[in-house]
Write a protein that binds this ligand. Structure first.
Ligand code: AMP
Ligand code: ZN
Ligand code: FE
Ligand code: FE
Length: 285
């Protein structure tokens, strides 16, 4: 069983449509794939309709959170997408991404970069708009060679010259909302130091006590030392350990299934969830 529990589509800042994503996941030999777009579930219906036989979809989202000034992401799995409190919070965060991206365009303009909101809007194409879309505009304009190169202090990294914060949920509130919607909460890439400051271990312990189910350990942004440390922490705090690609199509170099989750952990996630069931592929359209 090959299980990849963290992937993005054009519903946020990935480049595969949800239908392309599930087809590519099947072609990559995956048995289970999770669709976890930033702050939105809008890709789910298309992914389900296109789901190839032999591939199971775990519905989810990656929720933008912040604790003590540090941005962090919570993966939420198998929650009820219509539960009103979590839905309202998702919409709040997703909608705030628009004025925030416009703010980054304004900062870039002040720095002499002729990017426009229309350009970013075209690139985002209706998806939950984020820095990778702005970064793609910078690549189009020849300002940086790749999307990754825009994530520096010069440009869009946390605290960078053109960075603007967005609304982000308190993770304790997010865990409460995820649980209230029948979902399972996993802290995404908790040691991704290249993205900025990371959340200290005592705060992770407090989240575990508040109902956090697991942490993502096998991830491209974690080196061997970070993985060893996180595995120890998971054992200490009785947290599930996941691994996943955080696939973004051509906006990142990582491929589908580059990191995977143990089938027993996947089984435990499905046992804990009450908001939704994994969707078995019916052949797709
Ligand atoms: P946003 O949610 O709009 O703040 O954008 C965050 C997203 O940008 C993350 O989910 C990643 O997809 C991407 N990202 C963050 N840091 C980096 C980085 N150093 N290199 C490439 N992409 C990054
Ligand atoms: Zn992303
Ligand atoms: Fe993330
Ligand atoms: Fe992600």
């Amino acid at each position: 069983m090959r299980i990849d529990l963290h992937c993005h589509s054009t519903a946020s800042d990935g480049t595969d449509t949800p239908a392309e994503l599930v087809r590519n996941a099947a072609a990559a030999g995956l048995d289970v794939v999770a669709l976890t777009d930033h702050d939105t579930t809008r890709g789910h219906a298309e992914a389900i309709a296109a789901l190839p036989a032999g591939l199971t979809l775990v519905t989810g989202a990656e929720l933008s959170c912040r604790i003590d000034g540090v941005s962090m992401h919570l993966l939420a799995y198998l929650f009820d997408p219509e539960e009103p409190a979590l839905l309202a919070e998702r919409e709040l965060v997703r909608d705030d991404r628009v004025p925030r991206a416009q703010g980054m365009v304004a900062k870039l303009n002040a720095l002499g970069v002729p990017v426009t909101w229309e350009q970013v809007e075209r690139i985002a194409a209706g998806g939950s708009v984020g820095r990778p879309h702005v970064a793609t505009a910078l690549v189009e304009l020849g300002v940086v060679p790749t999307v990754g190169d825009a994530f520096t202090k010069e440009w869009l990294a946390d605290g960078g010259r053109a960075h603007v914060k967005k609304h982000e949920t308190d993770p304790f509130e997010a865990i409460r909302l995820i649980k209230g919607a029948g979902g399972v909460a996993v802290f995404a890439h908790p040691a991704a130091a290249k993205r900025g400051r990371t959340v200290p271990e005592p705060a992770i312990a407090a989240m575990a006590a508040a109902g956090l189910d697991g942490i993502e350990v096998d991830h491209m942004d974690h080196d061997a030392d970070a993985r060893t440390r996180l595995r120890g922490l998971a054992k200490e705090l009785d947290l599930l350990v996941t691994g996943s690609s955080d696939y973004h199509g051509s906006r990142k170099t990582v491929s589908l299934g580059a990191y995977t989750t143990d089938p027993e952990v996947y089984g435990e996630i499905t046992r804990r969830a009450t908001g939704a069931f994994p969707v078995p592929g019916a052949g797709g359209v």
